[in-house]
Write a protein that binds this ligand. Structure first.
Ligand code: GUN
Ligand code: ZN
Length: 570
Protein backbone atom coordinates (compact mmCIF):
# COMPACT_ATOMS: atom_id res chain seq x y z
CA UNK A 1 0.00 0.00 0.00
CA UNK A 2 1.21 3.44 -0.97
CA UNK A 3 0.13 6.83 0.28
CA UNK A 4 1.25 10.35 -0.57
CA UNK A 5 2.21 12.95 2.03
CA UNK A 6 3.52 15.84 -0.08
CA UNK A 7 3.70 16.76 -3.75
CA UNK A 8 5.61 18.96 -6.15
CA UNK A 9 5.63 18.60 -9.94
CA UNK A 10 4.85 14.93 -10.50
CA UNK A 11 7.08 14.16 -7.51
CA UNK A 12 5.81 13.03 -4.17
CA UNK A 13 6.86 12.09 -0.69
CA UNK A 14 5.09 8.85 0.10
CA UNK A 15 5.00 5.85 2.35
CA UNK A 16 5.27 2.36 0.94
CA UNK A 17 4.02 -0.19 3.44
CA UNK A 18 4.41 -3.92 3.08
CA UNK A 19 3.09 -5.79 6.09
CA UNK A 20 5.04 -4.62 9.11
CA UNK A 21 7.77 -3.04 7.00
CA UNK A 22 7.65 0.43 5.54
CA UNK A 23 9.81 3.00 3.79
CA UNK A 24 9.42 6.65 2.95
CA UNK A 25 9.80 7.53 -0.71
CA UNK A 26 11.57 8.76 -2.77
CA UNK A 27 13.94 6.03 -1.65
CA UNK A 28 17.24 4.63 -2.73
CA UNK A 29 17.58 0.85 -2.82
CA UNK A 30 21.24 -0.15 -2.67
CA UNK A 31 21.90 -3.19 -4.84
CA UNK A 32 23.23 -6.04 -2.75
CA UNK A 33 25.24 -8.73 -4.47
CA UNK A 34 24.33 -11.72 -2.29
CA UNK A 35 27.60 -13.43 -3.14
CA UNK A 36 29.79 -10.49 -2.24
CA UNK A 37 28.79 -8.06 0.47
CA UNK A 38 31.10 -5.08 -0.02
CA UNK A 39 29.01 -3.23 2.57
CA UNK A 40 26.64 -5.36 4.64
CA UNK A 41 22.95 -4.41 4.73
CA UNK A 42 23.15 -4.23 8.54
CA UNK A 43 25.95 -1.69 8.22
CA UNK A 44 23.86 0.31 5.75
CA UNK A 45 21.00 0.29 8.23
CA UNK A 46 23.30 1.71 10.88
CA UNK A 47 25.08 4.23 8.69
CA UNK A 48 22.25 5.41 6.41
CA UNK A 49 19.05 4.17 8.05
CA UNK A 50 18.52 1.94 5.01
CA UNK A 51 15.01 0.49 5.05
CA UNK A 52 14.85 -1.02 1.58
CA UNK A 53 17.40 -2.91 -0.48
CA UNK A 54 17.32 -4.80 -3.76
CA UNK A 55 19.11 -8.03 -4.47
CA UNK A 56 19.05 -10.65 -7.19
CA UNK A 57 17.11 -13.88 -6.80
CA UNK A 58 18.75 -15.25 -9.94
CA UNK A 59 22.20 -15.01 -8.36
CA UNK A 60 20.92 -16.60 -5.14
CA UNK A 61 19.28 -19.37 -7.14
CA UNK A 62 22.40 -20.02 -9.21
CA UNK A 63 24.55 -20.78 -6.17
CA UNK A 64 23.82 -24.10 -4.40
CA UNK A 65 25.03 -22.66 -1.12
CA UNK A 66 23.04 -19.39 -1.23
CA UNK A 67 19.98 -21.14 -2.60
CA UNK A 68 19.97 -23.70 0.22
CA UNK A 69 20.49 -21.05 2.89
CA UNK A 70 17.79 -18.79 1.44
CA UNK A 71 15.27 -21.62 1.27
CA UNK A 72 16.08 -22.72 4.79
CA UNK A 73 16.28 -19.36 6.58
CA UNK A 74 14.52 -16.93 4.26
CA UNK A 75 16.09 -14.03 2.44
CA UNK A 76 15.90 -11.60 5.39
CA UNK A 77 17.99 -13.92 7.51
CA UNK A 78 20.34 -14.70 4.62
CA UNK A 79 21.14 -11.02 4.18
CA UNK A 80 20.74 -10.17 7.88
CA UNK A 81 18.33 -7.35 7.06
CA UNK A 82 14.87 -6.78 8.47
CA UNK A 83 13.77 -4.00 6.11
CA UNK A 84 12.04 -4.37 2.75
CA UNK A 85 13.83 -6.72 0.38
CA UNK A 86 13.10 -6.38 -3.33
CA UNK A 87 14.51 -9.02 -5.64
CA UNK A 88 15.25 -8.90 -9.34
CA UNK A 89 14.81 -11.96 -11.51
CA UNK A 90 17.78 -12.33 -13.82
CA UNK A 91 16.36 -9.97 -16.43
CA UNK A 92 19.36 -7.72 -16.17
CA UNK A 93 21.62 -10.71 -16.81
CA UNK A 94 19.36 -11.42 -19.77
CA UNK A 95 20.04 -7.91 -21.08
CA UNK A 96 23.80 -8.28 -20.60
CA UNK A 97 24.40 -11.88 -21.65
CA UNK A 98 21.24 -12.64 -23.71
CA UNK A 99 20.75 -15.85 -21.76
CA UNK A 100 19.48 -17.04 -18.42
CA UNK A 101 18.97 -20.60 -17.34
CA UNK A 102 15.69 -20.45 -15.52
CA UNK A 103 12.07 -20.18 -16.66
CA UNK A 104 9.84 -17.33 -15.51
CA UNK A 105 7.55 -19.49 -13.41
CA UNK A 106 10.43 -21.05 -11.53
CA UNK A 107 12.14 -17.79 -10.60
CA UNK A 108 8.83 -16.32 -9.41
CA UNK A 109 8.10 -19.38 -7.25
CA UNK A 110 11.62 -19.23 -5.89
CA UNK A 111 11.08 -15.63 -4.79
CA UNK A 112 7.87 -16.71 -3.06
CA UNK A 113 9.74 -19.50 -1.33
CA UNK A 114 12.52 -17.34 0.08
CA UNK A 115 10.07 -14.75 1.40
CA UNK A 116 10.93 -11.61 -0.54
CA UNK A 117 8.84 -8.47 -0.04
CA UNK A 118 8.67 -7.42 -3.68
CA UNK A 119 9.32 -9.97 -6.43
CA UNK A 120 10.13 -9.42 -10.10
CA UNK A 121 9.22 -11.68 -13.00
CA UNK A 122 11.55 -12.39 -15.91
CA UNK A 123 10.76 -9.41 -18.14
CA UNK A 124 12.73 -8.89 -21.32
CA UNK A 125 14.75 -5.66 -21.21
CA UNK A 126 14.67 -4.64 -24.86
CA UNK A 127 17.63 -2.42 -25.72
CA UNK A 128 17.20 1.15 -27.02
CA UNK A 129 16.61 1.85 -30.72
CA UNK A 130 15.82 -1.72 -31.81
CA UNK A 131 13.25 -1.96 -34.65
CA UNK A 132 9.63 -1.51 -33.61
CA UNK A 133 8.67 -5.05 -34.59
CA UNK A 134 11.35 -6.63 -32.44
CA UNK A 135 10.53 -4.41 -29.47
CA UNK A 136 6.85 -5.26 -29.84
CA UNK A 137 7.46 -9.01 -30.08
CA UNK A 138 9.61 -8.92 -26.95
CA UNK A 139 7.01 -6.84 -25.16
CA UNK A 140 4.36 -9.46 -25.98
CA UNK A 141 6.54 -12.13 -24.35
CA UNK A 142 7.05 -9.86 -21.35
CA UNK A 143 3.27 -9.41 -21.06
CA UNK A 144 2.65 -13.17 -21.19
CA UNK A 145 5.19 -13.67 -18.46
CA UNK A 146 3.58 -10.86 -16.47
CA UNK A 147 0.24 -12.68 -16.50
CA UNK A 148 1.85 -15.96 -15.62
CA UNK A 149 3.74 -14.40 -12.72
CA UNK A 150 0.65 -12.64 -11.39
CA UNK A 151 -1.10 -15.98 -11.23
CA UNK A 152 1.77 -17.42 -9.21
CA UNK A 153 2.17 -14.70 -6.63
CA UNK A 154 -0.10 -13.09 -4.06
CA UNK A 155 2.50 -10.82 -2.53
CA UNK A 156 3.95 -7.66 -3.99
CA UNK A 157 5.08 -8.00 -7.56
CA UNK A 158 6.95 -5.61 -9.85
CA UNK A 159 5.14 -4.94 -13.12
CA UNK A 160 8.12 -3.81 -15.15
CA UNK A 161 7.38 -1.57 -18.14
CA UNK A 162 9.30 -2.32 -21.33
CA UNK A 163 9.04 -1.17 -24.96
CA UNK A 164 12.54 0.11 -25.72
CA UNK A 165 12.67 3.71 -27.02
CA UNK A 166 9.28 3.33 -28.73
CA UNK A 167 7.00 5.54 -26.67
CA UNK A 168 3.91 3.95 -28.18
CA UNK A 169 5.05 0.58 -26.86
CA UNK A 170 5.94 2.08 -23.48
CA UNK A 171 2.40 3.46 -23.23
CA UNK A 172 0.87 0.18 -24.32
CA UNK A 173 3.04 -1.68 -21.84
CA UNK A 174 1.94 0.63 -19.01
CA UNK A 175 -1.74 0.19 -19.89
CA UNK A 176 -1.53 -3.58 -20.10
CA UNK A 177 0.49 -3.86 -16.91
CA UNK A 178 -2.07 -1.65 -15.14
CA UNK A 179 -4.85 -3.97 -16.28
CA UNK A 180 -3.06 -7.04 -14.94
CA UNK A 181 -2.49 -5.26 -11.63
CA UNK A 182 0.85 -4.87 -9.87
CA UNK A 183 1.89 -3.16 -6.67
CA UNK A 184 4.98 -1.42 -8.04
CA UNK A 185 5.88 -0.41 -11.59
CA UNK A 186 9.55 -0.35 -12.50
CA UNK A 187 10.54 1.30 -15.77
CA UNK A 188 12.98 -1.13 -17.36
CA UNK A 189 15.86 -1.12 -19.80
CA UNK A 190 16.89 2.47 -19.23
CA UNK A 191 20.39 1.58 -18.03
CA UNK A 192 21.93 1.75 -21.53
CA UNK A 193 20.30 5.16 -22.05
CA UNK A 194 21.55 6.49 -18.72
CA UNK A 195 25.06 5.23 -19.44
CA UNK A 196 25.00 7.25 -22.67
CA UNK A 197 23.65 10.30 -20.81
CA UNK A 198 20.46 10.15 -22.89
CA UNK A 199 18.56 11.78 -20.03
CA UNK A 200 16.05 13.33 -22.39
CA UNK A 201 15.06 9.95 -23.84
CA UNK A 202 14.64 8.59 -20.32
CA UNK A 203 12.51 11.61 -19.38
CA UNK A 204 10.26 11.00 -22.41
CA UNK A 205 9.90 7.34 -21.45
CA UNK A 206 9.08 8.18 -17.82
CA UNK A 207 6.44 10.71 -18.86
CA UNK A 208 4.86 8.36 -21.40
CA UNK A 209 4.55 5.72 -18.72
CA UNK A 210 3.31 8.10 -16.02
CA UNK A 211 0.51 9.23 -18.31
CA UNK A 212 -0.89 5.69 -18.32
CA UNK A 213 -0.28 4.53 -14.75
CA UNK A 214 -2.38 5.06 -11.67
CA UNK A 215 -0.79 7.81 -9.54
CA UNK A 216 -1.35 5.50 -6.55
CA UNK A 217 1.32 3.09 -7.80
CA UNK A 218 4.95 3.71 -6.87
CA UNK A 219 7.31 3.87 -9.85
CA UNK A 220 10.85 2.50 -9.76
CA UNK A 221 13.40 3.75 -12.28
CA UNK A 222 15.39 0.56 -12.78
CA UNK A 223 19.15 1.06 -12.68
CA UNK A 224 19.16 4.78 -11.88
CA UNK A 225 21.44 5.49 -8.96
CA UNK A 226 23.65 8.41 -9.81
CA UNK A 227 22.90 11.35 -7.48
CA UNK A 228 23.28 13.84 -10.33
CA UNK A 229 20.08 12.75 -12.06
CA UNK A 230 17.85 11.73 -9.17
CA UNK A 231 16.03 15.03 -8.66
CA UNK A 232 15.00 15.30 -12.32
CA UNK A 233 13.34 11.90 -12.24
CA UNK A 234 11.74 12.52 -8.85
CA UNK A 235 10.19 15.65 -10.38
CA UNK A 236 8.78 13.39 -13.12
CA UNK A 237 7.17 11.06 -10.59
CA UNK A 238 9.71 8.30 -9.92
CA UNK A 239 9.61 7.06 -6.33
CA UNK A 240 12.22 4.31 -6.14
CA UNK A 241 15.77 4.14 -7.41
CA UNK A 242 18.37 1.44 -7.18
CA UNK A 243 22.06 1.87 -7.09
CA UNK A 244 24.64 -0.68 -8.05
CA UNK A 245 26.63 2.31 -9.25
CA UNK A 246 27.94 3.05 -5.76
CA UNK A 247 30.08 -0.11 -5.82
CA UNK A 248 30.60 -0.46 -9.59
CA UNK A 249 32.01 3.05 -9.72
CA UNK A 250 34.13 2.43 -6.66
CA UNK A 251 35.81 -0.51 -8.38
CA UNK A 252 36.94 1.90 -11.11
CA UNK A 253 38.12 4.48 -8.56
CA UNK A 254 35.25 6.75 -9.51
CA UNK A 255 34.08 9.24 -6.92
CA UNK A 256 30.45 10.39 -7.12
CA UNK A 257 29.30 13.95 -6.60
CA UNK A 258 25.95 15.57 -7.28
CA UNK A 259 27.61 17.35 -10.17
CA UNK A 260 29.03 14.26 -11.83
CA UNK A 261 31.73 11.65 -11.37
CA UNK A 262 35.40 12.37 -10.67
CA UNK A 263 38.40 10.12 -11.02
CA UNK A 264 39.97 9.56 -7.62
CA UNK A 265 43.51 9.84 -8.95
CA UNK A 266 42.74 13.29 -10.40
CA UNK A 267 41.31 14.75 -7.21
CA UNK A 268 43.40 17.07 -5.05
CA UNK A 269 40.66 17.31 -2.41
CA UNK A 270 37.67 15.22 -1.37
CA UNK A 271 34.84 17.76 -1.59
CA UNK A 272 32.54 16.04 0.90
CA UNK A 273 32.22 15.71 4.65
CA UNK A 274 31.28 12.06 5.05
CA UNK A 275 33.41 9.98 7.45
CA UNK A 276 35.53 8.68 4.56
CA UNK A 277 36.23 12.11 3.09
CA UNK A 278 36.90 13.63 6.51
CA UNK A 279 39.51 11.05 7.37
CA UNK A 280 41.37 10.44 4.13
CA UNK A 281 43.07 12.43 1.40
CA UNK A 282 42.80 11.22 -2.21
CA UNK A 283 46.44 10.12 -2.04
CA UNK A 284 45.82 8.09 1.10
CA UNK A 285 42.86 6.35 -0.52
CA UNK A 286 44.90 5.60 -3.62
CA UNK A 287 47.61 4.05 -1.47
CA UNK A 288 45.23 1.56 0.18
CA UNK A 289 44.86 -2.08 -0.82
CA UNK A 290 42.21 -2.43 -3.49
CA UNK A 291 39.59 -4.13 -1.34
CA UNK A 292 39.74 -1.47 1.36
CA UNK A 293 39.74 1.34 -1.18
CA UNK A 294 36.67 -0.06 -2.95
CA UNK A 295 34.89 -0.38 0.36
CA UNK A 296 35.64 3.18 1.43
CA UNK A 297 34.80 4.65 -1.96
CA UNK A 298 31.54 2.67 -1.96
CA UNK A 299 30.76 4.18 1.43
CA UNK A 300 31.36 7.68 0.13
CA UNK A 301 29.32 7.02 -3.01
CA UNK A 302 26.40 5.79 -0.93
CA UNK A 303 26.75 8.78 1.38
CA UNK A 304 26.38 11.34 -1.40
CA UNK A 305 23.48 9.42 -2.91
CA UNK A 306 21.56 9.22 0.37
CA UNK A 307 22.36 12.84 1.10
CA UNK A 308 20.92 13.80 -2.26
CA UNK A 309 17.72 11.88 -1.54
CA UNK A 310 17.37 13.86 1.69
CA UNK A 311 17.97 17.14 -0.12
CA UNK A 312 15.35 16.21 -2.70
CA UNK A 313 12.83 15.30 -0.01
CA UNK A 314 13.38 18.58 1.80
CA UNK A 315 12.97 20.54 -1.46
CA UNK A 316 9.80 18.59 -2.20
CA UNK A 317 8.44 19.25 1.29
CA UNK A 318 9.11 22.97 0.87
CA UNK A 319 7.53 23.08 -2.57
CA UNK A 320 10.91 24.06 -4.01
CA UNK A 321 11.63 21.01 -6.15
CA UNK A 322 11.60 22.95 -9.41
CA UNK A 323 14.24 25.37 -8.08
CA UNK A 324 16.27 22.41 -6.94
CA UNK A 325 16.09 20.59 -10.26
CA UNK A 326 17.00 23.73 -12.19
CA UNK A 327 20.12 23.94 -10.06
CA UNK A 328 21.02 20.26 -10.53
CA UNK A 329 20.46 20.09 -14.29
CA UNK A 330 23.26 22.60 -14.70
CA UNK A 331 25.66 19.81 -13.78
CA UNK A 332 25.60 18.50 -17.36
CA UNK A 333 24.30 19.92 -20.65
CA UNK A 334 22.41 16.70 -21.38
CA UNK A 335 20.53 17.04 -18.10
CA UNK A 336 19.80 20.63 -18.97
CA UNK A 337 18.46 19.66 -22.40
CA UNK A 338 16.30 16.97 -20.82
CA UNK A 339 14.85 19.57 -18.49
CA UNK A 340 14.20 22.04 -21.31
CA UNK A 341 12.33 19.33 -23.22
CA UNK A 342 9.79 19.11 -20.37
CA UNK A 343 8.28 22.22 -21.86
CA UNK A 344 6.25 20.05 -24.23
CA UNK A 345 4.69 18.24 -21.27
CA UNK A 346 3.71 21.31 -19.26
CA UNK A 347 -0.02 20.63 -19.52
CA UNK A 348 0.33 17.09 -18.24
CA UNK A 349 2.69 17.98 -15.39
CA UNK A 350 0.58 21.05 -14.60
CA UNK A 351 -2.41 18.84 -13.81
CA UNK A 352 -0.53 17.41 -10.82
CA UNK A 353 1.68 20.34 -9.87
CA UNK A 354 0.31 22.20 -6.82
CA UNK A 355 -0.98 25.73 -7.44
CA UNK A 356 -0.08 26.82 -3.91
CA UNK A 357 3.34 26.04 -2.40
CA UNK A 358 5.18 26.83 0.78
CA UNK A 359 8.02 28.60 -0.97
CA UNK A 360 8.14 31.50 -3.42
CA UNK A 361 9.25 30.44 -6.89
CA UNK A 362 12.88 31.35 -7.58
CA UNK A 363 13.96 32.63 -10.93
CA UNK A 364 17.15 30.76 -11.88
CA UNK A 365 17.28 31.42 -15.63
CA UNK A 366 15.20 31.65 -18.81
CA UNK A 367 13.85 28.08 -18.47
CA UNK A 368 12.26 29.04 -15.12
CA UNK A 369 9.45 30.50 -17.23
CA UNK A 370 8.37 27.08 -18.39
CA UNK A 371 7.36 25.88 -14.91
CA UNK A 372 3.75 24.70 -15.22
CA UNK A 373 2.61 26.66 -12.16
CA UNK A 374 3.21 29.95 -13.98
CA UNK A 375 1.00 28.86 -16.85
CA UNK A 376 -1.77 27.53 -14.63
CA UNK A 377 -1.76 30.71 -12.55
CA UNK A 378 -1.60 33.05 -15.55
CA UNK A 379 -4.49 31.24 -17.22
CA UNK A 380 -6.55 31.47 -14.08
CA UNK A 381 -5.74 35.16 -13.58
CA UNK A 382 -6.78 35.85 -17.15
CA UNK A 383 -10.09 34.02 -16.71
CA UNK A 384 -10.93 35.69 -13.44
CA UNK A 385 -9.36 39.13 -13.74
CA UNK A 386 -9.42 39.51 -17.51
CA UNK A 387 -11.07 42.93 -17.51
CA UNK A 388 -9.07 44.79 -14.83
CA UNK A 389 -6.17 47.15 -15.64
CA UNK A 390 -2.83 45.35 -16.04
CA UNK A 391 0.88 45.97 -15.71
CA UNK A 392 3.55 44.32 -17.82
CA UNK A 393 5.38 41.45 -16.18
CA UNK A 394 8.44 39.70 -17.63
CA UNK A 395 7.11 36.23 -16.78
CA UNK A 396 3.36 36.57 -16.73
CA UNK A 397 2.95 38.99 -19.60
CA UNK A 398 0.14 41.32 -18.54
CA UNK A 399 -1.04 40.90 -15.00
CA UNK A 400 -3.30 42.66 -12.49
CA UNK A 401 -0.92 44.58 -10.19
CA UNK A 402 -2.94 43.48 -7.15
CA UNK A 403 -1.61 39.94 -7.58
CA UNK A 404 2.07 40.81 -7.54
CA UNK A 405 2.62 39.94 -3.88
CA UNK A 406 0.70 36.68 -4.04
CA UNK A 407 2.08 33.25 -4.96
CA UNK A 408 3.20 32.43 -7.65
CA UNK A 409 3.24 35.97 -9.03
CA UNK A 410 5.58 37.08 -6.23
CA UNK A 411 8.65 35.67 -7.97
CA UNK A 412 11.75 37.78 -7.40
CA UNK A 413 12.68 39.95 -10.37
CA UNK A 414 15.54 42.22 -11.25
CA UNK A 415 13.10 45.07 -11.78
CA UNK A 416 9.78 44.85 -9.95
CA UNK A 417 6.72 46.24 -11.73
CA UNK A 418 5.18 49.08 -9.73
CA UNK A 419 2.16 48.17 -7.64
CA UNK A 420 -0.19 51.03 -7.18
CA UNK A 421 -3.48 49.66 -5.99
CA UNK A 422 -6.05 50.53 -3.38
CA UNK A 423 -6.23 48.14 -0.47
CA UNK A 424 -9.80 47.27 -1.28
CA UNK A 425 -8.93 46.37 -4.87
CA UNK A 426 -6.05 44.34 -3.51
CA UNK A 427 -8.11 42.10 -1.25
CA UNK A 428 -11.00 41.78 -3.69
CA UNK A 429 -8.79 40.86 -6.63
CA UNK A 430 -6.70 38.35 -4.72
CA UNK A 431 -9.95 36.67 -3.65
CA UNK A 432 -11.23 36.79 -7.24
CA UNK A 433 -8.03 35.13 -8.40
CA UNK A 434 -8.36 32.45 -5.72
CA UNK A 435 -12.07 31.72 -5.81
CA UNK A 436 -13.59 33.11 -9.00
CA UNK A 437 -14.63 36.19 -10.88
CA UNK A 438 -16.79 38.50 -8.78
CA UNK A 439 -16.37 36.46 -5.57
CA UNK A 440 -14.11 38.92 -3.73
CA UNK A 441 -16.63 41.74 -3.54
CA UNK A 442 -19.32 39.48 -2.10
CA UNK A 443 -16.98 37.55 0.19
CA UNK A 444 -15.79 40.75 1.86
CA UNK A 445 -19.02 42.77 1.78
CA UNK A 446 -19.35 44.81 4.98
CA UNK A 447 -15.94 43.78 6.30
CA UNK A 448 -13.11 45.96 7.52
CA UNK A 449 -9.38 45.44 7.12
CA UNK A 450 -7.18 44.86 10.15
CA UNK A 451 -3.40 45.17 10.08
CA UNK A 452 -0.42 43.41 11.56
CA UNK A 453 2.16 45.25 13.70
CA UNK A 454 4.17 46.12 10.61
CA UNK A 455 1.11 47.60 8.87
CA UNK A 456 0.47 44.72 6.51
CA UNK A 457 -3.03 43.59 5.72
CA UNK A 458 -3.73 40.73 8.07
CA UNK A 459 -7.45 39.90 8.33
CA UNK A 460 -10.86 40.91 7.07
CA UNK A 461 -13.27 41.37 9.95
CA UNK A 462 -17.02 41.44 10.24
CA UNK A 463 -17.41 43.17 13.60
CA UNK A 464 -14.95 41.13 15.64
CA UNK A 465 -15.44 37.98 13.57
CA UNK A 466 -12.65 36.96 11.23
CA UNK A 467 -13.80 36.30 7.66
CA UNK A 468 -10.41 35.56 6.13
CA UNK A 469 -6.70 35.92 6.83
CA UNK A 470 -4.20 37.07 4.22
CA UNK A 471 -1.34 34.67 4.82
CA UNK A 472 1.98 36.56 5.01
CA UNK A 473 3.93 33.65 3.55
CA UNK A 474 2.24 33.69 0.14
CA UNK A 475 -0.24 36.58 0.02
CA UNK A 476 -3.21 34.24 -0.36
CA UNK A 477 -6.35 34.00 1.76
CA UNK A 478 -7.32 31.30 4.18
CA UNK A 479 -10.95 31.29 5.17
CA UNK A 480 -12.22 31.46 8.74
CA UNK A 481 -15.68 30.08 9.64
CA UNK A 482 -17.53 33.14 8.39
CA UNK A 483 -15.53 33.21 5.16
CA UNK A 484 -16.28 29.54 4.55
CA UNK A 485 -20.00 30.10 5.07
CA UNK A 486 -19.96 33.04 2.70
CA UNK A 487 -18.01 31.24 -0.01
CA UNK A 488 -20.34 28.27 0.34
CA UNK A 489 -23.38 30.47 -0.30
CA UNK A 490 -21.74 32.51 -3.07
CA UNK A 491 -20.52 29.55 -5.15
CA UNK A 492 -22.97 26.89 -6.32
CA UNK A 493 -22.13 23.21 -5.95
CA UNK A 494 -19.69 21.72 -7.03
CA UNK A 495 -17.44 24.77 -7.10
CA UNK A 496 -14.62 24.68 -4.56
CA UNK A 497 -16.22 21.64 -2.96
CA UNK A 498 -14.90 18.32 -1.81
CA UNK A 499 -17.90 16.12 -1.07
CA UNK A 500 -17.40 13.40 1.51
CA UNK A 501 -19.34 10.35 2.61
CA UNK A 502 -21.95 11.26 5.26
CA UNK A 503 -20.42 8.54 7.38
CA UNK A 504 -17.31 10.67 8.05
CA UNK A 505 -19.07 14.05 8.34
CA UNK A 506 -18.81 14.19 12.11
CA UNK A 507 -15.17 13.22 12.09
CA UNK A 508 -14.38 16.02 9.63
CA UNK A 509 -16.26 18.61 11.72
CA UNK A 510 -14.18 17.73 14.75
CA UNK A 511 -11.05 18.80 12.85
CA UNK A 512 -10.22 15.53 11.14
CA UNK A 513 -8.49 15.32 7.79
CA UNK A 514 -10.39 13.92 4.82
CA UNK A 515 -9.15 10.54 3.64
CA UNK A 516 -9.14 9.93 -0.09
CA UNK A 517 -11.34 6.86 0.08
CA UNK A 518 -14.23 8.85 1.62
CA UNK A 519 -14.30 11.51 -1.11
CA UNK A 520 -17.42 11.18 -3.24
CA UNK A 521 -16.83 14.10 -5.55
CA UNK A 522 -14.47 17.01 -6.06
CA UNK A 523 -14.49 20.14 -8.19
CA UNK A 524 -12.37 19.08 -11.18
CA UNK A 525 -11.16 22.63 -11.87
CA UNK A 526 -9.20 22.74 -8.63
CA UNK A 527 -5.49 22.17 -8.20
CA UNK A 528 -3.58 20.49 -5.43
CA UNK A 529 -2.68 23.02 -2.73
CA UNK A 530 -5.87 25.06 -3.05
CA UNK A 531 -8.28 26.08 -0.30
CA UNK A 532 -11.47 24.01 -0.51
CA UNK A 533 -14.80 23.66 1.24
CA UNK A 534 -15.56 20.23 2.63
CA UNK A 535 -19.24 19.31 2.38
CA UNK A 536 -21.37 16.25 3.07
CA UNK A 537 -23.48 14.44 0.49
CA UNK A 538 -26.22 17.09 0.82
CA UNK A 539 -23.78 19.98 0.40
CA UNK A 540 -23.87 20.88 4.10
CA UNK A 541 -20.69 22.71 4.97
CA UNK A 542 -18.38 20.73 7.26
CA UNK A 543 -15.23 22.83 7.19
CA UNK A 544 -12.36 23.84 4.98
CA UNK A 545 -8.84 22.80 4.28
CA UNK A 546 -6.36 22.47 1.47
CA UNK A 547 -6.18 19.84 -1.19
CA UNK A 548 -3.18 17.59 -0.75
CA UNK A 549 -3.93 15.48 -3.82
CA UNK A 550 -4.96 16.72 -7.24
CA UNK A 551 -8.64 16.11 -8.10
CA UNK A 552 -7.80 13.58 -10.83
CA UNK A 553 -5.63 11.61 -8.40
CA UNK A 554 -8.11 11.22 -5.56
CA UNK A 555 -10.18 8.34 -6.99
CA UNK A 556 -7.06 6.18 -7.35
CA UNK A 557 -6.03 6.32 -3.70
CA UNK A 558 -7.39 3.84 -1.20
CA UNK A 559 -5.12 5.18 1.51
CA UNK A 560 -3.92 8.52 2.75
CA UNK A 561 -5.22 12.04 3.04
CA UNK A 562 -6.92 13.98 0.23
CA UNK A 563 -7.71 17.19 2.15
CA UNK A 564 -5.85 18.58 5.14
CA UNK A 565 -8.56 20.29 7.13
CA UNK A 566 -8.10 23.51 9.01
CA UNK A 567 -11.15 23.80 11.16
CA UNK A 568 -14.69 22.56 11.30
CA UNK A 569 -17.56 24.87 10.36
CA UNK A 570 -18.99 24.67 13.91
N1 GUN B 1 17.68 -3.96 -14.02
C1 GUN B 1 17.99 -2.95 -14.84
N2 GUN B 1 17.10 -2.86 -15.87
C2 GUN B 1 16.21 -3.85 -15.68
C3 GUN B 1 15.04 -4.27 -16.39
O1 GUN B 1 14.66 -3.71 -17.41
N3 GUN B 1 14.33 -5.33 -15.87
C4 GUN B 1 14.74 -5.96 -14.73
N4 GUN B 1 14.00 -6.97 -14.27
N5 GUN B 1 15.84 -5.59 -14.06
C5 GUN B 1 16.56 -4.54 -14.52
ZN1 ZN C 1 32.47 11.56 1.13
Amino acid sequence: MFEVKAKDGLGRIGTLKIGKRSVETPALMPVINPGKLTIKPSEMKKEFDTRIIITNSYIINSSEKLKGEALRRGVHSLLDFDGIIVTDSGSFQLMQYQDVEIPNSEIVRFQNDIGVDVATFLDIPTLPDVPYGKAKAELMTTLERAEEARGLREGYLNGTIQGSTHLRLRRMSARRMSDIGFEVHPIGAVVPLLMQYRFRDVAEIVLSVKKELSPAKPVHLFGAGHPMMLSLYVLLGCDLFDSAAYVLYARDNRYMTVNGTKKLEELAYLPCNCPVCRNYTPQELMALKEEERVRLLSMHNLHVTYEEIKNIKEALHEGALWDFVEMRVRAHPKLYFAYKALRRHGDFIGLSDPLVKRTTEFYTGPETRQRPVFHSAAKRAEERLGDVPKVRHPIFGKIAPELLHSYPFNVELDKEPKVNASEWDLVVRIADYQFGKGVGRRLFEGTSISYSKNDRIRTLLLGDKVVATLRARDGLFILADEGQRRLHSILPYPKYRVKVDNEVAEYVVSHGDVFAKFVKDVDKDLYSGEEVLVVDENDNLLGSGWLLLSPHEIPYFKRGIAVKTRRGAK
